[in-house]
Ligand binder design. Structure first.
Ligand code: IPE
Ligand code: IPE
Ligand code: MG
Length: 243
């Protein structure tokens, strides 16, 4: 296992490739999404064991509403089912669940499930798990800016950053995308400013502990300069206050 010294505090993941995982097995896409939940359970456990403090996962994007209606409703069912099955275990494991994204587009049943899961795990402190659901990075920025405008707050990098959905936990140190694509697909656009990016060709249901350790090792080999020179980084142990 990777030593905790180099483990990123906040990892974010674009869990991509469920549909292709299913297609390779001549299964319906929804079977890939079901397997994706199993993969997420494994990775949540692995992150907690490795000392990761915050895990933010992309589960359903603002643009995923454009998929066929049966896939969208299947995804909603999987979410509702996963919550009713997994929340008791997450509670025991010390995982605090938060859902990030626009709630108003969701059905009453799903919205209630999200709120109940958050309440059930709110006193947990081992790992913060943010599930981005009905989330888009552009929505996040517009939502933050419009709330600031409503209260007449001047828009600065600090005030906007503090109004974003992830303000409580800060920006991800490492963003992992599975499934072979090299893009953000509207995930954490503002927050990704200085994240290290790691792309895995594994499809999300195949992403396992070894793949996570490879991503963490890749992260540990990077030099994060935040605009400074290498020589400055060597002599300054702390990162600039503005990051
Ligand atoms: C990611 O897997 C899960 C969601 C977007 C909900 P995909 O469903 O995008 O899988 P591929 O990319 O089609 O293989
Ligand atoms: C990104 O994957 C969204 C999630 C993983 C939830 P997509 O499969 O929707 O991304 P694109 O369409 O390939 O960019
Ligand atoms: Mg995809």
């Amino acid at each position: 296992m990777t030593s905790s010294k180099n483990v990123p505090h906040h990892i974010a993941m674009v869990m991509d490739g469920n549909g292709r995982w299913a297609a390779k097995r001549f299964l319906p896409r929804i079977a890939g999404h079901r397997q994706g939940v199993e993969s997420l359970k494994r990775i949540v456990r692995a992150c907690a064991q490795r000392g990761v403090g915050v895990l933010t996962v992309f589960a359903f994007s603002s643009e995923n509403w454009n998929r066929p209606a049966d896939e969208v409703s299947g995804l909603m069912d999987i979410l509702a089912m996963a919550l009713s099955r997994e929340v008791p275990q997450l509670k025991r494991d010390g995982v605090r669940l938060r859902f990030i994204g626009l709630r108003s587009g969701l059905s009453e049943r799903v919205a209630r499930g999200l709120a109940d899961a958050e309440t059930a795990t709110e006193s947990n402190t081992t790992l913060s798990l943010n599930v981005c659901f009905n989330y888009g990075g552009r929505w996040d920025i517009v939502d933050a800016a419009s709330r600031l405008a409503q209260t007449g707050t001047p828009i600065t990098e600090q005030s906007l950053g503090a109004a974003l959905s992830t303000a409580y936990c800060g920006d991800p140190d490492l963003i992992i995308r599975t499934g072979g694509e090299r893009r953000l697909s509207n995930f954490l656009l503002w927050q990704a400013a200085y994240s290290e990016l790691h792309f895995s060709d594994l499809l999300w249901p195949d992403f396992d502990e070894a793949a996570l350790d490879a991503a963490i090792d890749d992260f540990a080999s990077r030099e994060r300069r935040f605009g400074m020179t290498s020589a400055q980084v060597a002599t300054h142990s702390s990162i600039p206050a503005s990051i």
